[in-house]
Design a protein around this ligand. Sequence first.
Ligand SMILES: NC(=O)c1ccc[n+]([C@@H]2O[C@H](COP(=O)([O-])OP(=O)(O)OC[C@H]3O[C@@H](n4cnc5c(N)ncnc54)[C@H](O)[C@@H]3O)[C@@H](O)[C@H]2O)c1
Length: 262
Amino acid sequence: MRIPGKVAIVTAGAGRIGQAISRRLAAEGAAVTVNDLNAERAEAVAEEIRQAGGRALAWPADVSKSDEVRHMVAGTIEAFGGLDILVNNAGGSAGLLKKLTLFEHSDEEVCDWVVNLNLKGTMVCSRAVLAPMIERGGGKIVNMGSIAGTVGIIERVDYSAAKGGIIAFTAALAMEVGHHNINVNCISPGAIVPPPAENEDDNYLGRYGRPDDVANLALFLASDESDYITGQNIIIDGGRALGPKTQALHKLPPLKRKGDAQ
Ligand SMILES: NC(=O)c1ccc[n+]([C@@H]2O[C@H](COP(=O)([O-])OP(=O)(O)OC[C@H]3O[C@@H](n4cnc5c(N)ncnc54)[C@H](O)[C@@H]3O)[C@@H](O)[C@H]2O)c1
């Protein structure tokens, strides 16, 4: 066991990546509060962990609402006796609302929703766990960014901005809380697709990432093995953000330069 006796909250723990993280942390010895807006699916993940012999509690709460989050943190401490790990996994683009669009056509309400879910939710949950972690003598905060936060993705300009904000938040908060023995790091995945997934020819490893790939990294960042790492953004994307594969460049039409004949 790599995190025996630890207590963790995984936000959006019923989602594709969140489930994998919740199960992985529990299998390695942590008691896990599986947070999700979807109460039924959170309970199903918690029950699966309990059936496998682990400790888990489902907690439906909206990560962007301070009162609901404070209540969840207090409930976790009451149930499991403390709090060591927060995985700020909740997030998503306007794609979740089926409202992806170019920024010039974007709607203010949708942008607010995206920023609240990703950036504000991460800040609200992090703020709520600091006092209990300080009291406990330390902790691990693992944020969920995206390659969108460093290289950007079209039709997800608001999401890219929010994820970029999370990466900066990670660095700045790490500076403030390192002396409390709290590590703050960020995971930035590329495309993560649960199996069975098609091959992916847009990265250098030739396959999509799997929720378990991300869960392995989250476990490492939540464990003592990463004690000397803080403020970092770790990209997990099969090399996609390194840039297009050379052969992919040949698929593009030739670049037109100013003054070229039309
Ligand atoms: N899947 C990918 O390819 C990918 C790539 C890069 C980054 N990410 C990031 O990884 C994280 C997880 O992504 P996923 O694809 O597994 O998500 P998902 O779409 O599978 O699940 C999202 C979950 O979030 C829950 N949720 C929505 N709003 C919430 C709120 N306000 N409070 C609490 N829970 C809420 C939903 O009920 C759902 O269970 C996100 O932060 C996402 O931005 C995902």
